[in-house]
Write a protein that binds this ligand. Structure first.
Ligand code: UD1
Length: 342
C-alpha cells in the first residue's frame, strides 16, 4: 500500500480530514501529522473526538507565533518527520500556515503533493491565506478545485490542466452531515434560540482583529442588531477584544449571546436555522451559501465569488454597511422572506 503523509493543524482542516479520511485509508497507509497550530481543546481535541478522527501519529506542538516564525518552525518539524519514512505523497487541505509548511516540506523533498481545496483566490495578496494558496498550488502535483472559478484561476496561472480535478470537500461534507446535525444537535435549546430569529457571527481574520478601529466598528454594528446574535468567539479574537477593552461591550449587550467555539455538527445546525451569518470566515461563507442562508461578509473580497450572485454581501469593516445589511436581514426574518435557495 502506498504511504501518504497528511498534514493538518487548524480547525477547518480537521473537519475536511474527518470527511475524507475513510476513503483515504482504503487506498493509502495514512500517517497523520498535526502541526499544533490550533491547540485549545475547543479548536482541536474536540473535533478529533466528535468526528471520530484517528489520533494524529505525531503532534508537532508548534502553537502560535508570528506568521513567518510559525510557518518556519512547522516547515522544519514536518521535514524531519517526512525524512523518517519513504512517503509516496503528502496531502494538505486549504490555505493555512500548516498547509503551506506541508507543501514546502514536500516540494523540497520532491514528494508529490496533493492539495484539496485548490484554486481559490481572493486576489488580495495582503491576506496570509492568499499567499499560502498561490504557493501551495504552484508546488502541487494533484489539485482538487471546488468550483469552476477555482479551475479557471488555476488555468490562468498556467497550471497544467491534467493535474486538476474537481472536488468540493466543504460541499460534500455539508451535504453528508446536515441531516445528521439536524437530528443530533440540541444547540438551539442550549442557547435558548428560536429558529429563524437569530444571527450567527464569527470573526478572526488578522485584518479585522489586529486593528482596534475595525474590531470596534464590527462590535458596534453587532450590538446594534435587534434580534439575537450568537457570537462564537475564536480564542485569538477574544484576546484582542480584551486587549482593546471591547469584550465588556459585547458581554453587556442585550442582543448578544457569547459562546466559546462549538463543534462541527452544532455549527451546521446553528447556521441552518439562522436568519443569517455575519462572518469573515471563508468556510462559513461557503457553508451558508450551500445551505441557502444569507451571509454578511466582513471582508472587502472573497474567494467564493459564485456566492456573490446569491445571498452573500461584502461589507468589510464599514460600520454603516454592516448595519444596513443587518437591517435588511432583520426585515426578511420578521416578514418570513428568508426563503432558502435549496
Ligand atoms: C487560521 C488560518 C485561517 C483559518 C483559521 C480557522 C492561517 C494563516 N490562518 O487562523 O485561514 O480560517 O485558522 O480557525 O493559517 N489561538 C489560541 N488557541 C488556539 C489557536 C489560536 O488561543 O487553539 C490564538 C493565538 O493567540 C493565536 C491566534 O489565536 O496567535 C491566531 O491563531 P492562528 O492559528 O495563528 O491563526 P487563526 O486566526 O486561527
Amino acid at each position: 500500500m502506498k504511504k501518504i503523509a497528511v498534514i493538518v493543524g487548524a480547525r477547518p482542516q480537521f473537519i475536511k480530514h474527518a470527511h475524507v479520511q475513510k476513503t483515504l485509508s482504503k487506498k493509502y497507509d495514512v500517517f497523520l501529522i498535526h502541526t499544533g497550530q490550533h491547540y485549545d481543546d475547543s479548536m482541536s481535541g474536540k473535533f478529533f473526538r466528535d468526528l471520530d478522527i484517528p489520533s494524529p501519529d505525531v503532534d508537532l506542538g508548534i502553537g502560535s507565533g508570528p506568521q513567518g516564525e510559525q510557518t518556519g518552525r512547522m516547515l522544519e518539524a514536518i521535514e524531519r518527520e517526512l525524512l523518517k519514512d519513504d512517503f509516496d505523497y503528502v496531502l494538505v487541505y486549504g490555505d493555512t500556515n500548516s498547509s503551506l509548511a506541508g507543501a514546502l516540506a514536500a516540494s523540497k523533498l520532491c514528494i508529490p503533493l496533493i492539495h484539496i481545496e485548490s484554486g481559490l483566490r481572493s486576489f488580495d495578496i495582503t491576506m496570509p491565506e492568499e499567499v499560502n494558496r498561490i504557493l501551495i498550488d504552484r508546488t502541487a502535483s494533484v489539485l482538487y478545485a471546488p468550483t469552476d472559478a477555482a479551475i479557471t484561476n488555476l488555468l490562468n496561472e498556467n497550471i497544467d490542466g491534467n493535474k486538476i480535478r474537481m472536488y468540493d470537500v466543504v460541499r460534500s461534507s455539508t451535504e453528508h452531515n446536515l441531516e445528521i446535525a439536524r437530528k443530533a444537535s440540541t444547540i438551539l435549546s442550549e442557547l435558548s434560540l428560536r429558529s429563524g430569529r437569530y444571527f450567527v457571527s464569527t470573526f478572526h481574520r488578522k485584518s479585522n482583529v489586529d486593528s482596534e478601529i475595525s474590531l470596534s466598528a464590527i462590535v458596534d454594528a453587532l450590538t446594534w442588531a435587534r434580534i439575537k446574535t450568537v457570537v462564537l468567539l475564536h480564542p485569538g479574537t477574544k484576546q484582542k477584544l480584551s486587549e482593546y477593552g471591547l469584550l465588556a461591550q459585547l458581554e453587556a449587550a442585550d442582543n448578544i449571546v457569547l459562546s466559546e467555539p462549538i463543534g462541527y455538527l452544532d455549527t451546521l445546525s446553528l447556521v441552518d436555522q439562522s436568519a443569517g451569518v455575519i462572518t469573515d470566515s471563508g468556510g462559513l461563507q461557503h457553508e451558508a451559501d450551500i445551505m441557502g442562508i444569507p451571509c454578511i461578509t466582513l471582508r472587502h473580497n472573497t474567494e467564493w465569488v459564485e456566492s456573490l450572485g446569491r445571498k452573500n454581501e461584502l461589507v468589510g469593516d464599514v460600520g454603516h454597511l454592516i448595519i444596513d445589511a443587518i437591517k435588511d436581514l432583520e426585515k426578511e426574518a420578521k416578514y418570513g422572506q428568508s426563503k432558502k435557495r435549496v
